[in-house]
Design a protein around this ligand. Sequence first.
Ligand code: PLP
Length: 483
Amino acid sequence: MTDEHPTRHMTPDEFRVAGYAVVDWVARYLETLERFPVLSRVEPGAIRRQLPDAPPQDGEQLEAILADLDAIILPGITHWQAPQFYGYFPANASPPAILGDVVSSGLGVQGMLWSTSPACTELETHILDWLVGLLGLPPAFASGAGGGGVIQDTASSATLCAVLAARERATGFAANRTGLDRPLTAYASSQAHSSVEKAVGIAGIGKDRLRLIEVDDRFAMRPDMLDHAIRADREAGLTPCFVCATVGSTSVTAIDPVAAVGAVCREHGLWLHVDAALAGSAAICPEFRWVHDGVELADSYCFNPHKWLLTNFDCDCFYVADRQALIRTLTVTPEYLRNVASEAGAVFDYRDWHVPLGRRFRALKLWFVLRHYGVRGLQQHIRHHVHLTRMVAEWVRQDPDFHLAAPVTLNLVCFRHRRDDTFNERLLCELNASGKLFLTHTKIDGHLVLRLAIGGTYTLQRHVEAAWDTIRAAARLLAAGQP
Ligand code: PLP
């Protein structure tokens, strides 16, 4: 017997050297972000063709891996952190969040139970309580009241948990034993994110029992139409159980009237979930806290620091007003997970607050972010983007060739050229092919609309000025080539 390990691990000293090299690689990437074409230009299959058929039998040096990162992987990257990335909503990364993630990986903690790492649970509970105050969320969401918050991977998972809890509450927590004896129904606006439909499908309610409620001229849910749909379903013998209100819709950042929607939910006894995936972060600024008007009527709520609060993917904060409803929905306790702290009921076991059993120490990255930037730094981050967005909106308004296609609420400008859909589609293709910026599109009233979302960690005024110049120049060129 020797005490030499049969596997060739890095020694701590080798790890130190390799770690510095990797941090250098990331730092160099961040320094040179602007130089890459924003949207990857590779053809399907191009990355795989460069990878060997089988992994190496013997281990390789880090230098070889880093060389392949540059040669093979980087060309296949769409640069989400580039300051000229305006497509989708942002997925903010930041150096303190990256470092928090490194520490999380280093600790290698799996925080399914309080007892499997008390700090993993308690830091998370504490930070989520901080955020209740910082975002002006209802006190009921704090752990000291009957509610509480938990970090989920994504808003999609949060919405799924909300739908499952709503289903259980509506069926006396018996749906799993008895099945759905009376069909359930769920409601969201026609602008709600596709994750609501997915969740309703997974929960067994049935996608065809999700009612997509009409919106008003600002693309916000009409509470009168919601009320109407609920009554019609009741009369038809169905059991309405769940409503999702969206605060900051994906297409145009529309804000549903949560207070009025909540009043309808209370009247009919439905679970109200508020999806503020992007817009919730804005509430860290007092002047944008109105986005949370009415959330005190919600049973659950989520927002994504991984979208607009400088915290690397994945990080969604999910809150419930009554944690017992959620825990009762999701808890399953095999013998091997029993332990003294849990049995005493003195602790949170976050495995009961989401679908997976295991969980990473994600609170670390959020903690690093909150401590590095401070509240004031995060407020400046949001205000900076809203300011740039308003500037771009003004340029669109002033330009005779373009017009705004939807109200500008926070950090998204939806606009189109005055020519037809084909022209706008070609314009979008040319812009994205230029590599100078990345935009996405949506459809409004059947027409193609360009979306320019400003939220990059490193986006400055000079970037949006350059983007607008590029857009106008490309439109002029295209128009010159068309009758
Ligand atoms: N809800 C809204 C309003 C969104 O805009 C998005 C994504 O953009 C989502 C939910 C889904 O987010 P996630 O990727 O965290 O599931």
